[in-house]
Design a protein. Structure first.
Length: 245
């Protein structure tokens, strides 16, 4: 009965200690909430949109297709011509009597030095241009509209990437704090284990196990530091600003 009571007491102590650790971690996570330091998610999305070369390409693509649409609408002007011909020289001319057809008129032409020019419009429209004009305009308009929707698709994808990287950064920061708390706990445990080992309270295998747990916790903590650094760099690259965390 005595041993059962001791076992229950140890169990209750472990449960209480576990609850204290959980409460400590929860309180400190709230106190060290990185979302209070980071710019808002909406502002990060806006920055990513402004920086994105893909979206800038889509803007240029829209301008191109709008220009193509205007070109298709005014294509008929390609078939309208203004022609002008100018020449200078000595020309043989008919007299007024020769032009009238009078029989007594001399048939000899007289020559004069003259400037001559002609000017006038002309129109040559292929049948295919007439039949295909509406289709050409409709096609150019559809391309312009498609470029608008393609940009919206890219914006949605970019928004999703920002959200993912933002949450990866927050997760990495919280895990770093948790791993740091675990290391601190194992350090205290390792100091106690060393004392108990020297006093012959615990065996060599138990002391080795506790030391190994501390080493593994330190390795995990250092790895999480790298994860956090990577998450920060990826988000900074996406939004184009220094986050100063």
């Amino acid at each position: 009965m005595k041993y059962i009571a001791i076992a229950l007491l140890l169990l209750l102590c472990n449960v209480a200690l576990g609850q204290e650790i959980d409460e400590f971690i929860a309180k400190n996570l709230e106190k060290n909430d990185i979302t209070k330091v980071l710019p808002s998610l909406d502002s990060l999305i806006t920055l990513a949109h402004e920086k994105s070369p893909d979206l800038k390409y889509r803007d240029a693509d829209q301008k191109y297709w709008k220009a193509r649409q205007r070109l298709a609408q005014t294509r008929w002007l390609d078939y309208f011509y203004l022609e002008a011909v100018y020449s200078y020289g000595v020309y043989d001319n008919l007299t007024a009597s020769q032009l009238s057809g009078a029989p007594q008129a001399s048939q000899t032409l007289f020559s004069t030095e003259q400037d001559r020019y002609t000017f006038g419009p002309s129109l040559k429209i292929p049948i295919s241009a007439i039949l295909n004009r509406k289709n050409t305009i409709r096609s150019a308009k559809a391309e312009a509209e498609r470029s608008v929707y393609e940009k919206e698709v890219d914006k949605a994808k970019l928004r999703e990437v920002v959200i993912v990287r933002y949450n990866e950064l927050v997760k990495a920061h919280r895990l770093l704090f948790v791993y740091g708390s675990i290391v601190d706990t194992y350090k205290i445990q390792a100091l106690r284990a060393e004392t108990e080992y020297k006093n012959g309270i615990i065996s060599v295998p138990e002391y080795t196990r506790l030391s190994q747990m501390l080493n593994e916790a330190i390795v995990a903590h250092e790895a999480q530091k790298s994860e956090l650094s990577l998450a920060i760099l990826l988000l900074e690259e996406l939004v184009g600003i220094k986050l100063n965390i």
